[in-house]
Design a protein around this ligand. Structure first.
Ligand code: CS2
Length: 508
């Protein structure tokens, strides 16, 4: 592919325009995966087309060369394939001015964050990339990477990179900076700020005082809620896109038509006109985050684990099973919805209807393994608060318990129970520890107790809620003994019985 310096002029056989590349970068982005390339890059492309500005993006991949090499070979472009049952539409966001691999050039990340031309650092490093302890929410200083980053040298962890870059910026230009987390973490702005601050506080005072003062006075960390379902790229998609384009694209990104971005408007040194791409600037981002992380992501986890255990390879295959759909509707309406405050202007019934259509998008082929991966860090964001809220009001959140039982059955199956290939393919930082528990445990109760209470996998508070832990244990046993359908039937019946007598909000 080749960019045309005159603007939106060069079209390929598929009628796809290649936008003009911005001359200079203003954004350094950490995490050059599919999500970033189908989300922030698309909004930035719209902002540049509408409003211009030096807001090109330098994309930093964490370890893998493949995207960086392909982007360089394709003049920094790639296509986004928007996929719905009605067909595939292509667009090309030309916003990246450069790309490199952090693992190969770690000092370049620090220098990039310190560069005064860079005014925003954006992050899509997944829930796993923040080096915090799920039990406490604070920086996990026991990990080898963080320990090495604290000792000095070019940092390898995201939090170390941010802290060292900010330290260097404080010591050089001292110009203001915005750090914008675009990951599915509650209060992702303050959370990221706190972890960077905790990293700096671990350093000797003489080394960190200026950086801490600069962090407090000149670096903003707005929260943001990001949403677009973006599966992994498959060889079939590469071929389809290349034939539509009439030119080979090695790194197209598949994405659903739906996209949403709600951002707190707190930028220390300006920002692109992302509203041109449909971004919402709001002072209710906390509400947007909770709505998304619980209703979409929390329910998504349930669909993924129950689906994988039922032999469904994709989310649409899973949600098209009537018992899983029933469980999804119940967890969403009965257990997640009461725990959130709906942002002003959002029609929650419409939002819910859209969720089921989005999950049912068969053309997208989003995999249960992908959503089930990294459950230990994802579920930590999705389940504790709604579960605690239900327990505090005297109700057992049966479907959240089933989500956890599904997760444990996938990652730490009871001896003799085979969770199947989709579960086996899920990767998770806690897999080894959970597998150790499962090897020596005899019952579901033991697995639940040792992971939820012992490892405090979902935080300190839920660790002490024995009725919840016991319920998860029972469901782990039911899954191993009678199968996942029996566990779904048990939980949905119990949830429905608990609300009997109240007006039903769940369509039959
Ligand atoms: C999913 C998300 O993988 C997961 O856990 O729930 O990646 C989800 O597809 C996105 O957050 C949608 O915006």
């Amino acid at each position: 592919m080749s960019a045309d310096a005159q603007g939106l002029t060069r079209s390929y056989r598929g009628g796809v325009a290649i936008p003009r590349m911005p001359a200079r970068p203003g954004i350094l982005h950490l995490g050059l995966g599919n999500f970033h390339r189908a989300h922030q890059a698309v909004y930035t492309s719209a902002a540049l087309a509408a409003d211009g500005g030096d807001w090109g993006i330098v994309g930093v991949a964490s370890r893998s060369r493949s995207i960086v090499d392909a982007m360089r070979a394709q003049d920094m472009t790639y296509s986004v394939a928007t996929i719905s049952p009605a067909g595939t539409a292509l667009s090309v966001p030309g916003v990246h001015t450069d790309a490199f691999v952090a693992g190969e050039e770690p000092q370049r990340v620090v220098d990039g964050i310190a560069d005064p031309g860079i005014r925003i650092v954006t992050l899509t490093v997944t829930e796993n990339g923040y080096s915090y302890s799920p039990a406490t929410g604070h920086l996990d200083t026991s990990g080898d990477t963080i320990l090495a980053d604290l000792r000095g040298g070019a940092p390898r962890s995201t939090i170390g990179q941010l802290a060292r870059g900010i330290q260097r910026r404080a010591a050089t230009s001292g110009s203001p900076l915005t750090v914008l987390s675009c990951d599915n973490l509650a209060a992702n702005g303050p959370h990221t700020r706190r972890l960077v601050e905790e990293f700096l506080q671990e350093l000797p005072a003489g080394e960190s005082a200026d950086a801490l003062a600069f962090l407090r006075s000149s670096v903003s960390f707005p929260s943001s809620m990001v949403d677009r379902i973006v599966p992994s790229t498959t060889p079939a998609l590469r071929d389809e896109v290349s034939s539509l384009l009439g030119v080979r694209d090695e790194i197209p990104v598949p994405a659903e038509p739906f996209t949403m971005w709600a951002i707190e408007d707190d930028f220390a040194a300006g920002r692109p006109a992302w509203e041109a791409g449909g971004a919402v600037f709001s002072d209710e981002v906390g509400r947007y985050e909770q709505m998304k992380v619980r209703l979409l992501n929390g329910t998504h986890s349930l669909i993924a684990y129950l689906g994988a255990l039922s032999g469904a390879g994709t989310i649409p295959d899973a949600i098209h099973r009537s018992d899983i759909e029933r469980a999804a509707r119940l967890v969403l309406a009965r257990e997640y919805l009461p725990s959130i405050q709906v942002p002003s202007g959002v029609d929650i019934e419409h939002y819910e209807r859209e969720l089921f259509l989005r999950w049912g998008n068969t053309a997208l082929g989003h995999r249960t393994t992908q959503v089930g991966t990294d459950g230990s860090v994802k579920l930590r964001q999705r389940i504790p608060e709604p579960a605690l809220r239900a327990l505090d009001s005297g109700e057992m959140p049966h479907l959240i318990a089933l989500t956890v039982a599904g997760y444990l059955s996938c990652l730490a199956p009871r001896r003799g129970f085979d969770p199947g290939p989709y579960a086996a393919a899920m990767t998770d930082a806690a897999r080894e520890r959970l597998a150790g528990i499962a090897r020596s445990a005899r019952t579901g109760a033991e697995i639940a107790e040792r992971s939820i209470s012992g490892l405090q996998l979902f935080g300190e508070e839920l660790a002490d809620r024995h009725p919840f832990v016991d319920r998860v244990g029972e469901l782990v046993d039911t899954i191993a003994r009678d199968g996942v359908s029996a566990a779904i039937a048990d939980s949905t019946t119990a949830a429905e019985a608990a609300v009997k007598g109240r007006p039903s909000e769940v369509p039959a």
